[in-house]
Design a protein around this ligand. Structure first.
Ligand code: ZN
Length: 317
């Protein structure tokens, strides 16, 4: 195969390249945040648990609501300050999922999940990072109304970036769960797996949560060994991606496979096998003779695989 096959322009890695200035210094200033929320340029992203609300008109979708439009749809459970977009305030507003039911009939709204919005490009890409920020942060609030230390109800402070316990005084900060996602490589071939959740032709990278007390490299080696029984040596970092389902950070790596025999953990994977680089090219170009594909272009797995196709085993240097 050519040293660097032409795969066309690289697609956007979903939820990355945020244009939001998080304006962290403003978070503690309650009066300033309240006045920002009243500004005419202020806009709100609306999230009801998993679903996201979009305005719908003439076949186009808009995720930004004015303060009046947002408050007309129901009471906010939490409002969080996301930052400034070109100087204009952006907030995330959490609605009770039960309040969405009557809204589903409305023709001027579309209520759908963030994955579908990203996969089908329902909104311009610049909205995906603030939507990810809002969804992950509001999801954290939804699961932390009570203090994990003493059980008392906690209260929101710092524009939604902290919850304080009035009883035991512990401060709680929003969390991000690190996930290692990797491609084990041996020269001109690599290992992909299939989750039972995947569509019938889709293959992707292996992945798993990084555990307490573990390095990224350690998690990569452990997960590959657990899922497919392959020992790994060198691990190189590729890139990361916010993954707000519910609040992960995907940490993409390439790993040097030191053994060959695959032993599949059937509780995690439906299948796993070796693929050579030429077969991966056909999968990414959607020209594979059996119709096999390699995940969706907005997900980091696609980009990890693509970088390996382009650079070969040099990705491990
Ligand atoms: Zn407490």
């Amino acid at each position: 195969m050519p040293a660097r096959p032409d795969l066309g322009p690289s697609p956007y890695l979903g939820y990355t390249a945020s244009q939001i200035d998080r304006a962290v210094a403003l978070r503690g200033d309650e009066a300033a945040l309240e006045s920002l929320a009243q500004e005419p340029s202020s806009r709100f992203y609306l999230i009801g648990g998993e679903p996201v609300l979009l305005k719908s008109a003439d076949g186009a979708f808009d995720p930004l609501f004015s303060a009046n439009e947002a408050h007309a749809l129901g009471p906010a459970r939490e409002t969080v300050f996301l930052g400034l977009m070109d100087g204009a305030p952006r907030f995330g507003l959490g609605l009770d999922p039960a309040a969405l039911e009557p809204l589903k009939q409305r023709k001027d709204l579309k209520i759908t999940d963030l994955r579908s919005i990203a996969v089908h490009g329902l909104v311009v890409a610049a909205h995906l990072p603030p939507l990810a920020e809002a969804k992950a942060l509001l999801g954290w609030h939804g699961r932390h109304r009570f203090c994990p230390n003493c059980g008392a109800p906690t209260r929101v402070v710092d524009g939604g970036w902290r919850r304080d316990c009035p009883s035991c005084k512990v401060q709680h900060f929003p969390r991000t769960d690190p996930v290692a996602i990797m491609l084990p490589i041996a020269g001109e071939r690599c290992v992909l797996g299939r989750s039972p959740r995947f569509g019938p032709t889709m293959w992707s990278c292996l992945a798993g949560f990084i555990e307490p007390g573990e390095t990224i490299e350690g998690a990569v080696r452990r997960e590959v060994h657990e899922e497919v029984g392959i020992a790994c040596g060198r691990v190189t970092y590729f890139a990361s991606q916010p993954w707000p389902f519910p609040m992960s950070l995907m940490i993409g790596c390439h790993a040097e496979a030191l053994s060959e025999n695959i032993v599949i953990d059937r509780s995690e994977l439906e299948d796993a096998r070796w693929f050579d680089r030429e077969e991966l090219v056909l999968m990414l170009l959607r020209k594979h003779p059996q119709g096999l594909t390699a995940t969706v272009p907005h997900a980091i797995a696609y980009h990890i695989i693509r970088r390996y196709i382009e650079e070969g085993p040099d990705v491990l240097r």
